[in-house]
Design a binder for this molecule. Structure first.
Ligand code: SF4
Length: 328
């Protein structure tokens, strides 16, 4: 297995049945939540998955976790097809791919101590039957997540901790299983601005110290600039541009990426970009526009864009070529 093929996603689709538009209609309509997504994740790589809310990035993470069944497409992990697994196989895999949710207030059981919360995944997965070994693992995970010394926090309850400390508990509960991939779904959006950088720094440290790959899902491209290796921009269920962070920040190709970047505040007024304000709302994912799905809002769209869709892309340069061909 090559380093490139650590996690491979090919042609992934998830359509949700939205029912019939009218009582006597014969055909159901479908929400195109994820619509032909392909990318790969390398070992200990950080990919930022960026897009507006409703673009499908959270559904994509649920598909990767096996919490939703794909409509079409494949997911491979370490060379093995994991698209459709039974419960037992899925449980084994979940140790390796862990998720960090947005809201540390809701993802922690308020009646459990921190020690019980972090110990629980070990009990569920039947890891380290010996209690002293489990205790060691719990303390190590807590200290790696920045809850040092662990003894200070072990017997506290979530309500006795700050928002940042709670998110560290969530991260420790994921780390205790020694995962290889962390799926972080807007992990800092509920935290105070002053705490956000701390949690992002922690994830940046973990990818080095524990060799963990991270898929960092966010609507805020500005928050991940310094630590992601690559960025994938999603629009209406599809990745419209993917490239290294430097490529995308300095030479964005897709008009949607350019619009997202143009509204990020920059500290140096000389570097201020022209703001691109997109017109209209994101279209309804039940009625995806014909041709290029971005055409109703694209500031450089031409009539061809209504009928022709640039081919599914995995590289910004490919998209640049296809998008520009269409525009010419
Ligand atoms: Fe804009 Fe047309 Fe390119 Fe789509 S294909 S992004 S509408 S220029």
């Amino acid at each position: 297995m090559s380093k490139e093929n650590f996690l491979e996603v090919r042609g992934l689709k998830k359509y949700f049945d939205a029912g019939r538009p009218a009582l006597f209609s014969r055909e159901s309509r479908f929400v195109h939540a994820v619509d032909d997504v392909s990318f790969n994740l390398r070992r200990s790589e950080v990919i930022a998955l960026v897009g507006e809310s409703g673009c499908g990035k959270s559904t994509l993470s649920l598909l990767l976790m096996g919490l939703e069944e794909p409509t079409e497409g494949t997911i491979s992990f370490e060379g093995r097809d994991i698209t459709h697994l039974n419960d037992k196989e899925r449980k084994g895999l979940r140790r390796k791919i862990q998720m960090i949710f947005q809201d540390p207030y809701e993802s922690l059981n308020p009646t459990q101590t921190i020690e019980e919360i972090i110990n629980e995944p070990l009990l569920v997965h039947g890891i380290a039957p010996d209690k002293s070994e489990r205790d060691e693992r719990v303390k190590k995970a807590m200290e790696d997540a920045g809850l040092k010394p662990a003894e200070v926090y072990l017997y506290r309850f979530p309500h006795e901790l700050s928002g940042g400390q709670r998110q560290r508990v969530v991260i420790a509960a994921a780390l205790v299983l020694e995962p290889e991939i962390l799926l972080a779904d807007e992990p800092v959006s509920m935290l105070d601005v002053s705490i956000r950088a701390e949690i992002i720094n922690l994830l940046a440290e973990l990818r080095i110290t524990r060799q963990i790959a991270v898929i960092f899902i966010t609507h805020d491209l500005g928050s991940v600039g310094f630590f992601a290796d690559r960025v994938a921009v999603m629009y209406l269920g599809r990745i419209v541009e993917i490239g290294t962070m430097l490529e995308v920040l300095e030479k964005p190709q897709h008009p949607y990426t350019k619009a997202l970047l143009s509204v990020i505040p920059v500290p140096n007024p000389r570097l201020r970009r022209e703001r691109i304000i997109l017109q209209g709302e994101t279209p309804n994912p039940i009625d995806v526009p014909s041709g290029c799905r971005f055409h109703p809002r694209c500031p450089v769209a031409i009539s061809t864009c209504k009928h022709s869709d640039p081919p599914s892309i995995t590289l910004s340069k490919t998209h640049q070529a296809s998008c520009l061909l269409l525009v010419k």
